[in-house]
Design a protein around this ligand. Structure first.
Ligand code: ZN
Length: 305
């Protein structure tokens, strides 16, 4: 009898062991795959933005090497002569040494309202280079950007590099779709553009000069940036690092065009925004401006003329 009991117990145990092995063999890889799938999706959404960031870093280097001195010389001359722009006069009689343009790409997003709240709190006007979104929340966000005095600027409808830059026709189609859509929902005919990835992006299949010529003929001005917040590089960049990236480059130039992102996963950008504004306002020599016709554009690639 005892022998039979042991045998049964043995069988039970071996069943338990093999059940455990089966569970491990099936469940464990499943969980790992699930984690990887989620991670891949998150990384894919970062890839495009990293392109833009690489361009930004290169451009910073190029600027230091003096490639764009023509622009800076022109700007510093105007600044030294104390010429003030009309929109600036409206804000104050003071002539500011430094003009700061906060620019937010890729919105609207779930963060747009938080960004707008902060800008309102500090009475700062900025520029939003938006993409095309048709949900209710996004429509309200475009309208709020306009009604609170910020500049509504364009950053392509689809923001899909492969589509936007496939041909000159696809570029034009994408841009016109966004321009007309924004006009339809806000009444603003936007004439400011930022190329996805910047004008010096390495992904366009079309000669960027052809696109620049098209923009010129369409009375649209394109703007790149001369300070990158770095928030395109990683989702986990700390608010402190973003703040330092934004604030540290201001000393070197009369006009700072700061690249930031309005995207769901860029929450540290929102966290950094109050510090960025406070530190810049604390200098006492700088004014925040939205992009207008008076703004001297920062352009990585100049038109061939
Ligand atoms: Zn973008």
């Amino acid at each position: 009898m005892k022998g039979t009991y042991d045998r049964k117990e043995e069988i039970r145990q071996s069943k338990r062991v093999s059940a455990g092995a089966v569970i491990c063999a099936i469940v464990f890889p499943l969980v790992i795959s699930l984690i990887l799938v989620i991670r891949v999706a998150a990384l894919q959404s970062q890839v495009e933005e990293v392109d833009g960031a690489v361009v930004a870093v290169q451009t910073e280097d190029e600027q230091e090497n003096g490639i764009y001195t023509t622009v800076s010389v022109e700007m510093s001359t105007r600044s030294e002569n104390g010429i003030s722009w009309p929109d600036e006069k409206e804000q104050s009689d003071q002539v500011w040494d430094k003009k700061i343009y906060l620019t937010f790409d890729d919105g609207p997003s779930r963060n747009t309202n938080r960004i707008l709240d902060i800008l309102k709190e500090y009475d700062v006007k900025a520029t939003f280079f938006v993409v095309g979104k048709t949900d209710e929340e996004s429509i309200k966000a475009y309208q709020r950007i306009v009604s609170e005095g910020h500049t509504l600027a364009m950053h392509s409808y689809s923001h899909k590099y492969a589509e936007v830059y496939e041909s000159e026709e696809s570029f034009i189609q994408d841009l016109e779709e966004l321009q007309e859509y924004l006009y339809q929902i806000t009444g603003v005919w936007s004439r400011y553009y930022r190329f996805p990835g910047g004008s010096s992006n390495a992904v366009s299949r079309v000669d960027i000069q052809e696109l620049i010529q098209y923009l010129d003929e369409s009375d649209i001005t394109y703007f790149d940036w001369n300070i990158a917040s770095g928030d395109a590089v990683s989702d986990i960049l700390s608010a402190e690092t973003i703040t330092r990236n934004c604030v540290s480059g201001i000393d070197n130039r009369p006009e700072s065009m700061i690249l930031m992102h309005d995207a769901l996963e860029k929450s540290t950008t929102v966290e950094a925004l109050p510090q960025i504004i406070e530190q810049i306002q604390g200098r006492g020599d700088a004014v925040f401006l939205p992009i207008t016709d008076e703004t001297v554009p920062i352009q990585h690639v100049m038109a061939d003329k």
